[in-house]
Design a protein around this ligand. Structure first.
Ligand code: BDR
Ligand code: CA
Length: 311
C-alpha cells in the first residue's frame, strides 16, 4: 500500500480522481489538500468535502493557497461550471476542513513518511511551491510527486502551448520543476488519450444511488462542455484520474526522463518543454509520460468507480 496525499482543485475530474483513489486498494489516502483553480478556493474545499461525504470516506481535508504566487487569474467556468461541479451542488457538507493549512500538512507528512509518501497533484502547483519554499528539506525526502499538468509534445488546452494547471500559476510550476523533486509528469500528452464516454455515465445514473447520481450529474456537464469544445474526443478526458492511476500503476505508461522548463515569457506563458541545458549528477528529475495504455486504464477506472459507488 502506498501512502498518498491528493492535492486538488475539485473540479469534475478531480472528483473522479478522488473517487478512484478511495476505491484503490493500493492507496492509503492520508488526506486531501485543496486549492483554487477550476473554481475559487472556497468552492473547491466545499466540493472536496461533499464528494468525500457521498463516497462515505472521512479522510481529512486541508485548505491551502487561495491565489497564485504572483499573477491574478480569471476563472471562466467553461468546463467545470462556476462552482467547479457543473453547477449541480445544492447542499453544504456536514463536515468542515481541518484547521491546519494544506502546506503545513504536506510538510508534516513528508517529514513523517519520507520515501513512503507520494503526493499526487491535480491542480495548480501553488501548495507544493509554498511547501518547498517553507521547508526545502522535503525535496530530498519525499518518495514521489505525480503531477497532472503540462503539455510537452502536444498542444495546450488553454493557449496553444499551455495546459490549465501550469498556466494558472506558472511561477509555482517553475519553482517546482526547477527543484530536484522526483516528479512524474502526467500531461496532456497522455491524459487526452484516456476518454470517458457519456454511455458510461448513464450507467452510473441507472445505479440510482445518491452518490452515483451526484457524479452522473456533474460529469454530464463536463462531457457536454467537451462536446462543444473538443467534439473529436467523443467524451471527456480523464486528466486527474490518470494521475492517480499512474501513481499506483506506472506500468500503464512509457516515460522519458527530462528536465522540464516552464516558460514565463508572456508569448509562451506556461509552456512546458525539455530543458536541454540543465545538468545534475543524478540525471533528469522528471519522468514525462509520453504513451499510455488507455484501454487498460479506462477499464480499471470504470470498475473501481463502480466499487466506489457501491459502498
Ligand atoms: C486540468 O485542468 C482542469 O480542467 C482539470 O481538473 C485538470 O486538472 C486539465 O488541464
Ligand atoms: Ca484539477
Amino acid at each position: 500500500m502506498r501512502k498518498v496525499i491528493l492535492d486538488v482543485d475539485t473540479g469534475v475530474d478531480d472528483a473522479l480522481a478522488i473517487a478512484y483513489a478511495t476505491a484503490s486498494p493500493e492507496v492509503e489516502l492520508l488526506g486531501v489538500t485543496t486549492t483554487y483553480g477550476m473554481a475559487p478556493a472556497e468552492c473547491s474545499a466545499r466540493n472536496t468535502l461533499l464528494v468525500l461525504e457521498q463516497l462515505k470516506c472521512d479522510v481529512p481535508v486541508f485548505r491551502g493557497a487561495e491565489q497564485p504566487l504572483i499573477r491574478t487569474r480569471q476563472y471562466s467556468g467553461t468546463f467545470h461550471g462556476t462552482d467547479g461541479l457543473g453547477n449541480v451542488v445544492r447542499s453544504e457538507p456536514k463536515r468542515a476542513a481541518s484547521g491546519m493549512h494544506a502546506v503545513d500538512f504536506i510538510i508534516e507528512q513528508v517529514r513523517k513518511h519520507g520515501r513512503d509518501l507520494t503526493l499526487v497533484t491535480t491542480a495548480p502547483l501553488t501548495n507544493l511551491a509554498l511547501a518547498i519554499q517553507k521547508a526545502p528539506d522535503i525535496v530530498g525526502r519525499i518518495g514521489r510527486v505525480v503531477t497532472m499538468g503540462g503539455a510537452v509534445a502536444t498542444p495546450g488546452n488553454v493557449t496553444k502551448f499551455a495546459e490549465a494547471n501550469i498556466i494558472i500559476d506558472p511561477h509555482a510550476a517553475q519553482k517546482v520543476f526547477s527543484s530536484e523533486l522526483p516528479i512524474t509528469l502526467v500531461g496532456l500528452d497522455v491524459t487526452r488519450k484516456t476518454v470517458l464516454r457519456q454511455e458510461e455515465v448513464e450507467r452510473w445514473r441507472e445505479k440510482n444511488t445518491p452518490c452515483s447520481t451526484f457524479f452522473a450529474d456533474f460529469t454530464k456537464y463536463y462531457i457536454q462542455a467537451y462536446k462543444v469544445n473538443h467534439p473529436y474526443l467523443k467524451g471527456c478526458a480523464l486528466h486527474d484520474p490518470l494521475a492517480v492511476g499512474i501513481a499506483v500503476h506506472p506500468e500503464l505508461v512509457n516515460m522519458v526522463p527530462m528536465y522540464i522548463e516552464v516558460d514565463l515569457e508572456e508569448d509562451a506563458l506556461g509552456r512546458t518543454t525539455e530543458d536541454l541545458r540543465r545538468k545534475s549528477p543524478g540525471g533528469p528529475n522528471t519522468n514525462v509520460c509520453m504513451e499510455v495504455d488507455a484501454e487498460r486504464f479506462v477499464s480499471r477506472f470504470l470498475s473501481r468507480i463502480d466499487q466506489a459507488f457501491s459502498r
